[in-house]
Design a protein around this ligand. Sequence first.
Ligand code: PMT
Length: 396
Amino acid sequence: MLSGKRIVVGVTGGIAAYKAVDVVSRLRKLGAEVRVIMTQSATEFVTPLTFRELSGNPVVSDMWTEPKTWNVEHIAIATWADLFLIVPATANIIGKIASGIADDMLSTTVMATKAQVLLFPAMNSNMYNNPIVTDNLAKLSALSYHILEPAAGMLACGVEGVGRLPEPEKIVAKVIDLFTASSCLTGKKIVVTAAGTREPIDPVRYIGNRSSGKMGYAIASAAAARGANVVLVSGPSGLPEPQGVCLKKVVTAEEMRQAVLAEYKDADVVIKAAAVADYRPCTVSGDKIKKTEGTLTLVLEKTVDILAELGQQKNKQILVGFAAETQDLLAYAEEKLRKKNLDMIIANDVTLPGAGFDTDTNIVRILYRDGRQEELPQMRKESLAGVLLDKIMELM
Ligand code: PMT
């Protein structure tokens, strides 16, 4: 199944390093060519000799040993790789990659590779839940690194919690999925909208909302990783531009509407994760509005509902909407699904902790046109993006 695939396995210094031995063995049995890079700490847990025997290749762990042939070794391995795994990924290597630190063979090679990088974090649950690690993982996800969440269970430190490296068969299954998935949307055009729009009041003020763009950017990245031609129409967001997508930046609902309509005709799928303003000020003051005695009244007018307009013009496109609600989640989501002529709507109750605006995770229920519904557990927005694309592919 992996015949001809060139996989680099980076092993870092965690107790779960022993499981990487089995991963390498399984990858070889499935036909992959494997090169192993170990950090110095990893060599304290497992010997390089073990990986050399199982991979059939020399193991690299030191930047400074004399290479057998002339080449710049970290660049040669980085370019050679079709896929880069880090098993296990300690908090240390996650922090280094997220911060752009390249101070050993593994971190330097990861920085030099153009291959997809798949990280398998494994550590004590307090470390995994430390906001520094969480932020680093969120940053890497936004930069299109793939992250497989660790499993829960008894950890090596004797504590029960999240942080276990998944079993080798699961890791290998993920590798196979990634190779299969990397081409499954080839030839498809997917338009994704993300973040909130801003409706100006005067030159310095606007009406906006709390959308960060995390949900939409995760979907755009995941679709690009599956080979789709992705146009990401985004309101203002502090997130880095995802790799492999065509990013169109907009500010207002009307600009988003124009950008989406321009891409709609030949689109196969439109996924509207953006939080679009429903109202905007009727007039925009040319100068900063000055403070006066008493109250200030802003008169608002409706914006065009972009998704409803797409629904009216729909021919072959699959239309996916999001519903952000604070009450009667399902009733409102069903109504939007029907009124906007959608194929699917993702309902999120934005009052729940860990769901909705500016969180790294989401908790959603998917509603389909034919009346089916699926409830999903809380998961990282990157994982949810993958699940949603799987569902959309089933509809296609
Ligand atoms: O960006 P994050 O911080 O990650 O947060 C993610 C999210 C909460 C913004 C996202 O998960 C989400 O729910 N997006 C939709 C928010 C929203 O505006 O929902 P709505 O129920 O108001 O709109 C329903 C659908 O119609 C949405 O797909 C929306 O993009 C679309 N719409 C709404 C108004 C409008 N004028 N035009 C539209 O196209």
